[in-house]
Design a protein around this ligand. Structure first.
Ligand code: AP5
Length: 213
């Protein structure tokens, strides 16, 4: 059976970057609520009686999409995966409790990155709308400015990577998701990795944890 890996970290900590590599290296499914929600941004959730009618409105404001919507996405994705790297979930204690009900975990890894670095990383991030490749204008630039190395498409900035929304996402993270990190720390299952190394060095440390899991 494939391994069940949870990767935790603040917005911009490198969860997506590392999850993609882990999934390829260890033959795991990359389950990411952020990508799943971006692919379904305009899904009509008006019949569920939430504040907004679509995931887009929550995401563009830097707020969390309601648990009922996200839990269903994760449940379906995990049911279909043999082994997985889970990225972007759980983001609050209720989601963490739900996760415990639907699966077990072999390793919980936390990428530790300071807030100033997070803001620089997110506001400088550029993504490929076609193949999903991830760049940074300074830390990981494409060979030709603004063009994806993988598929040649024009790179874009995510709608929620403006400085104002980034600040809101970090505040939501502090309030809702830091308690999740503490929860796993108290359970004694959290492995912390220094996230301010080069992507290759971070990967080496995370891969060592997954190897042993
Ligand atoms: P989501 O897409 O999950 O965003 P996030 O958690 O805010 O994380 P990011 O994808 O922004 O960052 P990352 O840690 O993956 O970093 P990355 O590798 O890209 O969620 C978006 C929204 O969806 C939420 O705000 C919410 O509305 C909704 N949502 C999602 N999940 C939800 C849930 N469970 N419940 C409710 N709502 C939910 O790296 C960032 C940048 O840094 C890149 O440019 C990269 O090149 C660079 N970089 C990476 N590693 C390094 C390094 N070691 N050194 C230098 N640069 C680096």
């Amino acid at each position: 059976m494939g391994k069940h890996i949870l990767l935790l970290g603040a917005p911009g900590a490198g969860k997506g970057t590392q999850s993609k590599r882990l999934a390829a290296e260890f033959d795991l499914e990359h389950v990411t609520t952020g990508d799943a929600l971006r692919a379904n941004k305009d899904m009509d959730i008006s019949d569920m009686d939430f504040e907004y009618d679509t995931p887009r409105e929550y995401m563009d404001a830097g707020e969390l999409v309601p648990d009922d919507v996200v839990n269903e996405i994760v449940k379906t994705a995990l049911r279909e995966a043999d082994g997985y790297v889970l990225d972007g979930y759980p983001r609050n204690l209720d989601q963490a409790e739900y996760l415990t009900e639907i699966t077990d975990l072999d390793a919980v890894v936390y990428l530790d990155v300071s807030e100033d670095e997070l803001v620089d990383r997110l506001t400088g991030r550029r993504v490929c709308p076609d193949c999903g490749a991830n760049y940074h204008v300074e830390f990981a630039p494409p060979e030709e400015e603004g063009v994806c190395d993988e598929c040649g498409a024009e790179l874009i900035q995510r709608d929620d990577d403006t400085e104002e929304t980034v600040r809101e996402r970090l505040s939501v993270y502090r309030e809702n998701t830091e308690p999740v990190v503490e929860h796993y720390r108290e359970e004694g299952v959290l492995v912390e990795v220094e996230g301010e190394q080069t992507p290759d060095d971070v990967f080496e440390d995370v891969a060592a944890v997954v190897e042993d899991a």
